[in-house]
Ligand binder design. Structure first.
Ligand SMILES: [Zn+2]
Ligand SMILES: [Zn+2]
Ligand SMILES: [Zn+2]
Ligand SMILES: [Zn+2]
Ligand SMILES: [Zn+2]
Ligand SMILES: [Zn+2]
Length: 201
């Protein structure tokens, strides 16, 4: 959220018995503020006329506005929104509050969610596919190759067979009747399932 906490102080006469550490030096113009109001914000001291938005075309006083510090410069909430706020990679609108950086992009925290089920990741792991994040479950469901016989994923390094428009672990590509392994063997298809020569009919 844009920060709005700052104090406007008016120096009282007792403060004028100033020793070095009590000097009020504006952090912009480096002049001592002898009398009159000054502003403390972000742990620094400012003349009111220097506590302004950094955008040259704006220069709004920030005393009554929300403001944001960006790389050491102050911007009013309007300029921040217009010029500086990053765009959310998911919904495309500006991120005025908390910004979550992930996979090299900016997101509203509530927009960084599974591309399939919409679940927020929080601290849980996610998987990337084509630059989009997916939760564990959906990624497994959507992007892993599963063995048609046993239902478990065919993982990198597994030997597998592609047959009858399905994928099988090599050891799962068996005759539907007698379970004889059919990898590299001639086989027959009935109802989309493989059968050995003996059980083909
Ligand atoms: Zn100043
Ligand atoms: Zn401004
Ligand atoms: Zn968003
Ligand atoms: Zn999901
Ligand atoms: Zn299998
Ligand atoms: Zn058989």
């Amino acid at each position: 959220m844009p920060s709005t906490d700052f104090d406007t102080n008016t120096m009282s006469s007792t403060n004028n018995i100033s020793i070095q550490s009590n000097l009020k030096i504006c952090c912009v113009c480096n002049t001592e503020i002898q009398r009159g109001p000054f502003i403390t914000a972000l742990g620094k001291i400012w003349c009111p006329e220097h506590f302004i938005c950094n955008t040259p075309s704006c220069r709004r006083p920030l005393q009554d506005l929300g403001f944001v510090e960006e790389q050491g410069q102050l911007y009013c909430e309007y300029c921040f929104e217009q010029y500086i706020a990053p765009l959310c990679a998911k919904c495309g609108s500006k991120i005025k509050g908390d910004c979550l950086k992930a996979i090299g992009k900016n997101f509203h925290p509530e927009c960084f969610s599974c591309s399939y089920c919409g679940k927020l990741f929080g601290n849980s792991p996610f998987f990337l596919e084509d630059g989009l994040p997916y939760c564990d479950n959906d990624w497994n469901e959507l992007f892993t190759t599963k063995c048609f016989a046993c239902g478990f994923p065919v993982e990198a390094g597994d030997r597998w067979v592609e047959a009858l428009n399905n994928n099988y672990h090599s050891q799962c590509f068996n005759c539907t009747m007698c379970k004889k392994n059919l990898e590299g063997q001639s086989f027959f298809a009935k109802g989309g399932r493989p059968f050995c020569k003996n059980h083909a009919r």
